[in-house]
Design a protein around this ligand. Structure first.
Ligand code: SF4
Length: 186
């Protein structure tokens, strides 16, 4: 599926010129209007901003929360009570599971940055690709080897899911990097 990055697109309209059947620009941003257009294959190369990408993979994304409505904001992600597990597939985000962070209480005794904390988080999120939260502690250097660590400032999870979808190109690019640094989603 072709996705346009709202962060990268400058609305130049080149993609629409290359494939008018498949692309259109609206309010200064391009979007795919017809997925089956025969000329869509050319637009990824044509975009000067590298704002269009074909996303084939599915991702499992864990959002750190204490109440299922807002992002954990008073401590780092490993100390959240729960994780909402979302699946990204073909442009859509679907809530799959509400997972209890069974390790967070025993973690409370450990100091921030303890390798045991990263291990505990990894055991709860063993099948996950991306962790989304407001605060990552010093253990981000360990977690980012296994996960895309994505920081969001927006508190409401409803709005965070929109931000995740808008940044999916950046998330996939980070996922495929050999040395991840963590990313900020805006
Ligand atoms: S060519 Fe790229 S930057 Fe220009 S409008 Fe299309 S997606 Fe946006």
């Amino acid at each position: 599926m072709l996705i346009v990055s709202k962060n990268k697109c400058v609305g130049c309209g080149i993609c629409e010129i290359v494939c008018p059947e498949g692309m259109e620009t609206f309010d200064g941003i391009a979007r795919v209007k017809y997925e089956e257009a025969g000329c869509l294959g050319k637009v990824v190369k044509a975009c000067p901003q590298k704002a269009i990408k074909e996303i084939k993979q599915d991702l499992l994304i864990a959002v750190a929360t204490d109440d299922y409505k807002t992002i954990k904001s008073d401590d780092h992600v490993g100390m959240s009570k729960y994780f909402q597990i979302w699946k990204y597939s073909k442009g859509e985000l679907t809530l799959k599971e509400k997972r209890e962070n069974v390790k967070y209480e025993e973690d409370e005794e450990m100091i921030h940055g303890d390798p045991g904390k990263a291990k505990a988080t990894s055991s709860v999120l063993s099948n996950i690709d991306v962790i989304v939260g407001k605060i990552f502690g010093p253990n981000i250097v360990r977690l980012r080897n296994k996960y895309v660590c994505a920081v969001v400032r927006e508190p409401e999870i409803k709005k965070v899911t929109k931000i995740i979808k808008e940044n999916i190109i950046e998330i996939v690019e980070e996922y495929n990097k050999q040395e991840r640094r963590g990313i900020i989603l805006r």
